[in-house]
Ligand binder design. Sequence first.
Ligand SMILES: [Zn+2]
Length: 280
Amino acid sequence: MKYCELCNNETLEEATFCKICGFNSKANTFENPDRLRLYYKSLCSKDHYHWSKRLYLIERIMELLRYEQCDVVKLLSISKSNVSQCLTLLSHLKENHELEDFESMTSAFNAAKGTLKPVDYEKDLQKYIYREWENTVFAEEWYIYNKNHLFGKFKAGEAGEIDLLAHHRRKNKWLIIELKREKSSDRTVGQTLRYMGWVKDNLAEQDDEVNGIIISRTYDKNIELSLKCIPSIKLYIYNRLDHNLLQFIPPEEAEIFEAKQLLSRLSSEQIESLKKRFSR
Ligand SMILES: [Zn+2]
């Protein structure tokens, strides 16, 4: 087995061209450009591959075949702006590897240009909270403890990586913020407790208080149950506001918030008829 010079996938030793991308490394050409187009297309289906793979493929094509951007446009039959966007992002990516953390190429591109919209962060909630910290409900009492890392993640040794670590502005208190994403409720709670223990052992002074917040997209009954006996951890849910900002709401306010949202969508006639119905 050897690796294809162009796509870096495994290819047969005796094959004249790569079965995956169609590149013939001896002749330095493509046996069948359609194969390459198909391969490129498959890289664009984000479920299977990280978006950066596309950028590196374009780079390799340009290097190996000494192609200009316009040649790549023809070869892959994609738009010129698409190619130049990929190359711009690639140069940013080489300087800042953390851009790879973004789940979508668009978000990474906007982040690189510094024009990231809060809405881009919905999938990247951790980064959103970090960047918009001063506008969140947490900022009044807490500040982000370690600002050295680009997006505020905190390396907690063998315990793992804390999504966000904050310290109280006036008191000797620590706050671990953990985001519940695709993890299960039990794992999220367990992880938060582990980080709290790590901070207690490694950062906190003897009398420091260590608290936790779990942020979830939706109200989570299981987390709430788990937290009944752990008062130092609170559950927040988040909601997207009209102007693309996220709002963080403690569970006791979540229900009222949702009712208010619902009411705001009703006409005054609908509200009147509701009032009548309930006053009966
Ligand atoms: Zn190949």
